[in-house]
Write a protein of this length. Sequence first.
Length: 156
Amino acid sequence: MSKFPAALSVAAVALSLAACGSSSSSSSSSSSSSSSSTPSSPSTPAASTTTGSAPAPAASSGSLSLAADPSGQLKFTKSSLSAKAGKVTIDFTNMAPLMHNVTIEQGSSGPVVGATPTFQGGTKALTVNLKPGTYTFFCSVPGHRAAGMQGTLTVS
């Protein structure tokens, strides 16, 4: 009879550990809603400003959609985007047969303020905090920007 309570204790510990693992995976899907710690990271040109593939709901400034040309041409489906200043999320879809990313820089040759990982097949969301001004979005895979895979993002 004393083995039964010990088995219950072991089962309770196992369930607790399983719940911990479960909550960490669910927290990654809710990371787009808990981005209160990201306002300082857009000033650093790191991919840490990217979020998972779950698109964020319309944030204070909004969500934009952008895609690589699905036929494989080195271009985006849009050459210009516009957003309000503040938190901007770009949902970038790449169903092209080539690897692509979307990178945002201030002006046309300024510092990079954010980028998605380079990937093929699927959607990645990039959330950055932008001030009013003109930004350039482009694919940073070598040769893609030079071939015309870029556009203008106007923030008001």
